[in-house]
Design a protein. Structure first.
Length: 369
């Protein structure tokens, strides 16, 4: 029986926030990366993905619990946002800052990028386990799990798919994404609330936003080959509205500030926002010139660069350079999970859950779901 009363159309970027970039009719310009196509859309319909936070329970029923829970965060934050954007209210009181910090943390964590990142990480772990174990080990693992021998053609397909750059194609798990949100929301909000906030107010210049409006900033001297995450970010930047940009820095002892925004800071925030977008940018309908002045990237499909794992992939396994006698008795390569527990190929579930590209008998052609 179909669930009744579920909120199916769910905003990935909060509706109240998007209205800060809309015209008097609540319309936005939606620019699709890499920028050649755009159209007008209402703030109510922008950034909507059906059932993005809907999950299926063990009894088969679906629930929109998280979508409704997010609305309880958005309510207080929307009131604070309105006081800043419409009433020039600043600095925020302690409670107001906490309310907005909770929403900023949620907006970062609830994003498509965070969900994709989880799937990318899972795929890279599989690529590492399979690639360092070798083809023979993969054959044994599949045959033990399926209880029958597999053909050489099947083995070639499985090896190529599981060790491809970035690992196997896996559907991102909404339950895992929501677990991450649940675990990281409060500590992230607490961290944000403890930092210094600087509000840039623009009288002439205009800001744009995107599908990932919370930008993580690098610390000075951040190694160029390291990614930027919550653990090592030097700060955060969020365009709050067409005329307001928020920069959150790691200086808890300094007071919150309001500064007159200039052309340089507007260009910096806009370019950072656009580069942080994955598929679309949003602007006021009259601000096409602002977007046209920016470098607009191509859509971003992956969150983790796959190149670092490729050097570990070896058909004979990590010890493929050794002779059979030297490899005899050596343990299979292992990795560690968040609890420091070791695991290897024998721990990999088979068939791999949520895998999108699988072998089909008897033609030997992949079946894409």
């Amino acid at each position: 029986m179909e669930n009744q009363g579920l909120i199916r159309k769910q905003h990935v970027v909060s509706k109240f926030y998007l209205k800060g970039f809309a015209d008097s009719s609540n319309r936005l310009r939606r620019i699709v990366l890499p920028g050649q196509k755009s159209h007008l859309i209402s703030a109510e319909k922008a950034s909507v993905i059906s059932d993005f936070y809907t999950i299926t329970l063990e009894d088969g029923q679906q629930t929109d619990y998280f979508e409704r829970a997010f609305s309880r965060v958005e309510g207080p934050a929307a009131a604070v946002h309105k006081s800043i954007v419409e009433n020039d209210h600043w600095p925020l009181r302690v409670g107001e800052k906490c309310d907005l910090a909770l929403w900023i943390a949620l907006q970062h964590l609830r994003s498509q990028g965070m969900r994709t990142q989880g799937g990318n990480l899972k795929a890279l772990i599989i690529q590492l386990m399979v690639g360092t174990s070798g083809k023979d080990a993969l054959r044994r693992h599949i045959e033990e799990a399926e209880g029958q021998s597999i053909s050489n053609e099947r083995l070639e397909f499985e090896w190529a798919e599981l060790t491809r750059p970035g690992g196997p194609r896996i559907k991102a798990d909404p339950k895992e994404h929501l677990r991450v949100i649940r675990e990281l929301l409060e500590p992230t909000a607490t961290m944000l609330g403890s930092m210094q906030w600087s509000l840039n107010v623009y009288r002439r210049k205009r800001l744009v936003t995107g599908d990932h409006p919370v930008r993580l900033l690098k610390n000075p001297g951040h190694p160029p080959y390291f990614g930027v995450g919550l653990a090592n970010a030097g700060g955060f930047a969020v365009p709050l509205s067409r005329r307001h940009g928020l920069v959150i820095g790691a200086s808890p002892d300094l007071p919150d500030l309001k500064v007159e925004g200039n052309a340089l800071s507007a260009a910096s925030i806009n370019q950072a926002t656009v580069m942080n977008s994955r598929t679309v940018i949003y602007s006021h309908p009259d601000d096409e010139d602002v977007v046209n002045a920016l470098h607009v990237p191509s859509p971003r499909e992956d969150e983790i660069a796959p190149t670092s794992i490729a050097g570990w992939v070896n058909e004979k396994g990590a010890f493929g350079h050794l002779s059979d006698e030297e490899r005899d008795g050596l343990p299979a390569p292992i990795a560690s999970d968040d609890d420091g527990q070791s695991f290897g190929l024998h721990d990999m579930a088979w068939p791999i859950p949520d895998r999108l590209h699988t072998w089909t008998e008897p033609e030997g052609k992949p079946d894409v779901e």
